[in-house]
Write a protein that binds this ligand. Structure first.
Ligand SMILES: CC(C)(COP(=O)(O)OP(=O)(O)OC[C@H]1O[C@@H](n2cnc3c(N)ncnc32)[C@H](O)[C@@H]1OP(=O)(O)O)[C@@H](O)C(=O)NCCC(=O)NCCS
Length: 148
């Protein structure tokens, strides 16, 4: 397993980025300005994490996804740890926004994130089509953060 920072042709990873954020237009809003990290399993891309500076002391995870066949191997957790190490010292807070999906919220809370605020109707107002996860329509964006 190795993690690389991708600096050119980030769009090559669009298929996996679409697992973390199913609206290509939304991905286009942050991909160029983001640092993109790819975790490889025996030279095959298995998981990605895109992070972007959103304030002087805040770095935000904009996308985190693992291909279904590589899940439950600790890859997303490894990417979060990698990102924490990469940015600590330079930033105070690692922030991320996600839909109100209990499994996703538990995943982040177990990894040290705490809920901070929510943006009402974010998914309704910003996405071109309804986003359904685990049979539930996503409406608000929930923000969680972790101190670096
Ligand atoms: C969430 C996700 C990135 C986890 O990737 P992973 O490489 O399997 O993560 P890890 O192996 O480090 O940890 C697996 C964890 O995912 C949890 N998980 C399983 N299904 C999940 C789901 N649908 N949503 C969120 N978490 C899930 C497991 O409970 C496990 O947590 P645990 O260790 O607390 O039991 C991956 O399931 C995924 O790509 N999901 C779709 C995209 C997504 O929801 N992205 C996050 C929101 S921005």
């Amino acid at each position: 397993m190795k993690i690389d920072k991708i600096t050119t042709n980030k769009r090559k990873f669009l298929d996996i980025l679409l697992i973390g954020d199913e609206d290509e237009k939304m991905i286009g809003r942050y991909l160029d300005a983001s640092d993109l990290f790819v975790l490889y399993d025996e030279d095959r891309p298995a998981a990605v994490c895109a992070v972007m500076k959103t304030a002087e002391d805040i770095i935000e995870i904009k996308n985190l996804a693992t291909y279904p066949e590589y899940r439950r191997k600790g890859y997303a957790s490894a990417l979060i740890d990698f990102v924490c190490n990469e940015y600590k010292g330079r930033f105070k807070t690692l922030l991320l926004g996600t839909g109100e999906n209990i499994k996703t919220l538990c995943f982040y809370k177990k990894r040290g994130f705490v809920e901070t605020f929510r943006v009402k109707n974010f998914f309704i107002d910003n996405y071109s089509h309804p986003i359904i996860e685990e049979g539930k329509l996503l409406t608000d964006m929930i923000y969680l953060q972790k101190s670096l």
